[in-house]
Design a protein around this ligand. Structure first.
Ligand SMILES: [Zn+2]
Length: 383
């Protein structure tokens, strides 16, 4: 490969790789390829960005814990991910016993013991404050506090508004990025020799050569100008979010790494969506089929929970309260969002003449009636 060809290849490979995110655990990404209001949810360990500058992505995690007036447990009840991210060791703490919470290497550490992944739903200082607030309260007052906390993660209307604001506030950035992308494509074609006199004819090739210095200067201006505009928009977004908005500024890094500056909307949108329950994000931006799958997963996990091994009485108490509260909150929310929950749980169509039963949680079908699926969920007859 010649030097210019190598340069072009490296640039475009870096551009494509820039949007890749790989994490140690599975996460939800809701990816909008073309920049519309809708995004496609995916639960896995790697995620990509749209190569189109208008695209955006919202990341979401299952809550890595369950909470109750009695305390806090690191089992993710009501998880939307399949398979869910389960803790390495099951743990539960009474609120009054939580003396110290720290965050270290992406983990929340309670009283010196690794508790759960730090997903941002509760930062270390917030969890410490919640434990301190719950400590002296009676059970009823604790429940009210925790319900308020829970409803803060279930706000699809707020997430919808955030999507609208992000798309509106970054539309000029998308235009700048599209022009830059077209310019870079033309520059790549020139570097690869596709705009030579042989292919274009001498007159057109001479014009290209004449326009090249201006073209290069425009690209540099677009890069710096686009980042300047993004800087200004980011400040406005932060003001709109009233402190709950983007924390880490990705723009200085993008200044030194031009491939990252070609998706300014996605860059500003990276931490624009507040940590939420995946159901709220799916209700806000996913299309009906994908949204229903996320809602089904969560409700099925509440109705037919997998029992964690090795839990003490506190684990059972926390999980029972949390499942019932989350179930109640979701019932209100889904009614408000006009989701037909009963329709989600209709028995599947038999996938063969021999199918006799199905698992209501994982929807797998079986040829024998009665018994349980491998995860221990009692089977139901297929009509
Ligand atoms: Zn099953």
């Amino acid at each position: 490969m010649s030097d210019p060809a190598l340069l072009v290849a490296v640039f475009w490979v870096l551009f494509l790789l820039d949007g890749v995110e790989v994490s140690r655990r599975a996460r939800w990404s809701l990816l909008s390829l073309w920049g519309g209001r809708r995004a496609r949810p995916a639960w896995r360990r790697w995620h990509v960005l749209s190569p189109w500058p208008g695209g955006w992505r919202a990341m979401a995690d299952d809550l890595p814990f369950s909470l109750a007036p009695a305390g806090l447990c690191n089992w993710p009840a009501g998880a939307a991910g399949r398979p869910a991210n389960e803790p390495a060791a099951l743990q539960a703490w009474r609120w009054e016993d939580i003396a110290d919470v720290r965050e270290q290497d992406g983990q929340l550490i309670i009283n010196g013991k690794k508790f759960c992944t730090a997903t941002g739903h509760l930062r270390a200082d917030e969890l410490r404050a919640l434990a301190a607030a719950c400590g002296p309260l009676a059970a009823g007052a604790r429940a009210a506090l925790l319900r308020a906390q829970l409803s803060g993660w279930l706000r699809p209307a707020h997430l919808r508004r955030r999507t609208t604001v992000l798309r509106a506030r970054t539309s000029a950035l998308v235009t700048a990025n599209v022009v830059a992308l077209a310019g870079l494509a033309a520059l790549s074609a020139w570097l690869l020799g596709w705009l030579s006199a042989d292919s274009l004819g001498p007159a057109a090739a001479a014009l290209v050569a004449q326009l090249l210095p201006e073209g290069l200067a425009s690209l540099v201006l677009l890069h710096v100008g686009g980042l300047g505009l993004a800087w200004w928009e980011r400040r406005r977004l932060r003001r709109l979010a009233r402190g709950g908005g983007p924390q880490k500024n990705p723009l200085p890094a993008a200044l030194c790494f031009p491939p990252a500056a070609l998706r300014l909307r996605a860059l500003l949108g990276a931490d624009w969506f507040p940590p939420s329950h995946p159901v709220a994000v799916a209700l806000a931006v996913a299309r009906p089929a994908a949204r229903d799958e996320v809602v089904f997963n969560v409700l099925a996990d509440l109705r037919w929970p997998l029992t964690p091994a090795g839990g003490g009485p506190l684990v059972g108490e926390v999980l029972a309260w949390y499942r019932s509260e989350l179930g109640g909150e979701l019932e209100h929310l889904l009614r408000r969002e006009k989701i037909d929950v009963a329709a989600l749980f209709t028995p599947p169509v038999p996938d063969g003449a021999a199918s006799r039963a199905y698992c209501p949680r994982c929807r797998a079908q079986f040829v024998t009636e009665g018994g349980s699926c491998p995860q221990g969920v009692p089977l139901r007859p297929l009509k």
